[in-house]
Ligand binder design. Structure first.
Ligand SMILES: CC(C)(COP(=O)(O)OP(=O)(O)OC[C@H]1O[C@@H](n2cnc3c(N)ncnc32)[C@H](O)[C@@H]1OP(=O)(O)O)[C@@H](O)C(=O)NCCC(=O)NCCS
Length: 142
């Protein structure tokens, strides 16, 4: 099994293997906004910011990234279980942050499940801080 991975932009043709990865990943919830058409639209709106990692030509990790002109947002970072702990998650996040910085974005936000201890440890290791003073809120408007 090769230890080498490459990172590259997430393109529409990656949809099937990426959604399979997300469905197989505890800590990532495939939800509204994740249909093929929705992801294609998201990638077009935020060109070059989302990325995947490949080993031997197969997608082993993915992340969605975009911004609204003010804050960067990162969603659905997932590394295939057998490939974890090798720096792939860190590398994908670094790509996202470089891309956001290149577009003038100075702060990044994300949500992690309260019961996702591994995900929480990863984000803290990457320098993210919990926002104790804020309560995340949401509403379906579609
Ligand atoms: C979280 C996840 C993306 C990390 O990917 P990964 O490729 O295994 O992480 P890396 O090997 O790049 O590790 C990067 C850093 O995080 C730390 N880290 C990773 N997993 C960790 C864990 N379980 N506990 C503590 N630290 C952890 C590593 O020590 C490393 O620290 P460093 O940068 O100081 O060297 C991966 O475990 C995953 O896909 N989890 C399931 C999906 C998920 O929870 N995603 C987040 C949703 S918000």
């Amino acid at each position: 099994m090769s230890e080498n991975f490459i990172t590259r932009a997430f393109v529409e043709a990656d949809y099937d293997p990426v959604v399979k990865l997300w469905r197989d990943t505890d800590g990532v919830e495939v939800a509204e906004g994740d249909t093929r058409a929705d992801i294609a639209a998201y990638l077009r709106r935020n060109p070059g910011l989302s990325c995947v990692a490949e080993v031997d030509g197969l997608v082993v990790a993915a992340v969605l990234c975009g911004h609204d002109g003010r804050r960067g947002l990162v969603y659905h970072l997932a590394v295939a279980q057998a490939r974890r702990g090798r720096g792939i998650g860190r590398a994908l996040l670094a790509e996202c942050i470089d891309g956001l910085r290149g577009q003038g974005i100075k702060r990044v936000l994300l949500l992690v499940g309260k019961d996702n201890e591994r995900g929480r440890a990863f984000w803290l290791a990457q320098g993210f801080e919990e926002i104790a003073a804020a309560l995340p809120l949401g509403k379906d408007v579609g």
